[in-house]
Structure formats: structure tokens, C-alpha cells
Design a protein around this ligand. Structure first.
Ligand code: F6P
Length: 320
């Protein structure tokens, strides 16, 4: 193996740049050359790339977003599109590919492996919802961004005796909502993994407000129920609680990576390069029970981690 490619794909997430830096510098440290592919699979199909050296990835470890830019490529979901990408890699003597991205990106990498091009996926999404790992790059930074935002919003909720509703990202998963909810002391956390009706929300708030609580925080994951729906219900049934809504949106995707994210990105990058050097042809790097491992794509489904039931119960027990 002489040359590897690296690309970022899907939604950007903080510490993707730290992962690009680690893959590039560790590969060079091991005697390889590195080609950076721009704009994810879309850029791969169109041959958008640049040679990376140690200096190319200087000064990016602390930057959010992705230096190589990213995309969600419809064309790569087609066989013809994947063949274009595969042929470009072969014609440019790229022996293996490191993909930094989420679930969809990992599926694309798996397809390339099946076509005979070795790939390894580094889990990069704020959602923390990927098979083969208990931790995805960007998740810790996103949770801390939500925590800081909620604590600011809480000042107004306390000063005005309000119920503040905050909608967070997570596509189909409630990890960001649950971890930020527990960390900020939210009274209610709505996540897709657990059904809670608006009536139950109502009863929970009535009970705590009967015990002289004057303000509350409701964190809702976008995949559970929209903040707008919660606000509409609260305005109709509890106008006296002065409900407000903040949708955090893309704030959660940007910003300088936390120490944990930047460190994990560096370790995941090293693991990805070592996996390819060992002759690996298709795996996802991940953190499983405190170990950094590479799990073959076909086995990753056995390591799909859900929300922590105790954390869900605890946030509501403490929120009264
Ligand atoms: O997958 C990461 C994520 O931020 C999700 O949490 C969110 O639902 C989605 O991407 C938004 O996608 P887009 O960036 O295409 O609007």
C-alpha cells in the first residue's frame, strides 16, 4: 500500500478536521502518501482532489467544519455513480480510502469495499447513532453547545416564570437531547426512542408547578416531536406557563471541537490507518466499552447502542 485517500461525507461535525489531520500525518509517518478528496462522494465522482502533506493539515485541529468540505451525494447512491468513484480511485492509484462521516457515508464506504477498494470509516456525526461505536465525532461538542445555549435560555425562563422549549438535532436519535437534558437539569426530555404524550408532559409540569416550581426546561429531539408542536400544545393548554421556543438548529453542527472530540478524532485517525496497513478491507472504527476498535462492516450491526434507560428515568426524577 502506497497511497490512501481521505474524504468527509454527510453532515459536517466538529473534529472532522482533527480526524483529517490525524489520518494525514499518521499515514505520512507510516510512509504513505495521502490524497484529500473534496466535497465527499460528490467530489470523488468528479475527481476533485489535492495531495495532502503535513503542512496541508496544519492549523485545523481546532476548527469546526471540514477543510475538505462535504456533501450528501444522490449520484453516489446509484451503481453508476459508485462505479465512477471507484474507477477514479483506481486510475489515480489510490489503494484505500478513509471515509469520515455518518451512517449514509458508511454505507457508501461499504459498497466501495464490496467493489474491491479497501475502505475504513471514521464515525463522524453529531447524532452519535452509528453501528460499531458508542461515540461519534462531534457529539460531545454538540452536547456542550446545547448545554451552553440552554443555560443562557434558562436565565430568561427563571426571570419571567416561563417554560422554555428547546428543539435539538439528532435526526432519528435522542442522544443529544438526553445527554444535554441530564447535564442542564431539564424537567422534560422528549426523544424518539421513548413515547411521551403531550398529556403526560402536561401532568408532569402541573405536578412540579404545584410544588412551587415557577419555570421549566423542555428539550425535544427533532425526531420525537417538533418544538413548534410542543409550543402549540403549551399555548393551548398552559398559557399561564408563558411557553417560549428556541430551535438550536445548525448551532449544534459548528464550533471548535471539545477536547474529547479532538482527542478521539486523533485516536480514530491513527486506528483507521493502522487498520488499512494491517490489510483490512472494510471496517468502521469505534469506541466500544472504552476500547478503540475496528469492526468489519458486516459485524457492526451487533454493536448498535441505544439510549441509557437509567439516564432517561433519572432526568425526569430529578426534574420535579
Ligand atoms: O446527521 C447530522 C444532522 O445534523 C442531523 O442531526 C440533522 O437532522 C441533519 O444532519 C440535518 O441535515 P442537513 O445538514 O442536510 O440539513
Amino acid at each position: 500500500m502506497n497511497k490512501i485517500g481521505v474524504l468527509t461525507s454527510g453532515g459536517d461535525s466538529p473534529s472532522m478536521n482533527a480526524a483529517i489531520r490525524s489520518v494525514t500525518r499518521y499515514a505520512i509517518y507510516k510512509g504513505l502518501t495521502v490524497e484529500g478528496i473534496q466535497r465527499g462522494y460528490e467530489g470523488l465522482i468528479h475527481g476533485e482532489s489535492l495531495a495532502l502533506n503535513r503542512r496541508s493539515v496544519g492549523g485545523i485541529i481546532h476548527r469546526g467544519g471540514t477543510h475538505l468540505r462535504t456533501s450528501r451525494s444522490e449520484e453516489f447512491m446509484t451503481k453508476e455513480g459508485r462505479l465512477k468513484g471507484y474507477n477514479w480511485l483506481v486510475q489515480n492509484h489510490i489503494d484505500a480510502l478513509v471515509v469520515i462521516g455518518g451512517n449514509g457515508s458508511m454505507k457508501g464506504a461499504e459498497k466501495l469495499s464490496e467493489m474491491g477498494l479497501p475502505t475504513v470509516t471514521i464515525p463522524g456525526t453529531i447524532d452519535n447513532d452509528m453501528a460499531g461505536t458508542q461515540y461519534t465525532l462531534g457529539y460531545d461538542t454538540a452536547v456542550n453547545t446545547v448545554l451552553e445555549a440552554v443555560n443562557r435560555i434558562r436565565d430568561t425562563a427563571v426571570s419571567h416564570d416561563r417554560v422554555a422549549i428547546i428543539e435539538v438535532m439528532g435526526r432519528h436519535a435522542g442522544f443529544i437531547a438526553l445527554e444535554s437534558g441530564l447535564s442542564c437539569g431539564a424537567e422534560i426530555v422528549l426523544i424518539p426512542e421513548k413515547k411521551m404524550s403531550m398529556e403526560e408532559v402536561s401532568h408532569h409540569l402541573e405536578a412540579s408547578h404545584k410544588q412551587w416550581k415557577k419555570n421549566s426546561i423542555i428539550i425535544t429531539a427533532e425526531g420525537a416531536v417538533s418544538g413548534a408542536e410542543v409550543l402549540q400544545y403549551m399555548k393551548a393548554h398552559h398559557p399561564e406557563m408563558n411557553p417560549s421556543l428556541t430551535v438550536l438548529g445548525y448551532l449544534q453542527r459548528g464550533g471548535a471541537p471539545s477536547a474529547r472530540d479532538a482527542k478521539m478524532a486523533s485516536l480514530f485517525g491513527q486506528k483507521a490507518v493502522e487498520y488499512l496497513l494491517s490489510g483490512g478491507t472494510g471496517a468502521v472504527v469505534g469506541l466500544i466499552h472504552d476500547n478503540i476498535v475496528a469492526t468489519p462492516y458486516e459485524e457492526a450491526g451487533q454493536f448498535q447502542f441505544g439510549i441509557d434507560e437509567n439516564e432517561y428515568e433519572l432526568v425526569h426524577a430529578l426534574g420535579m
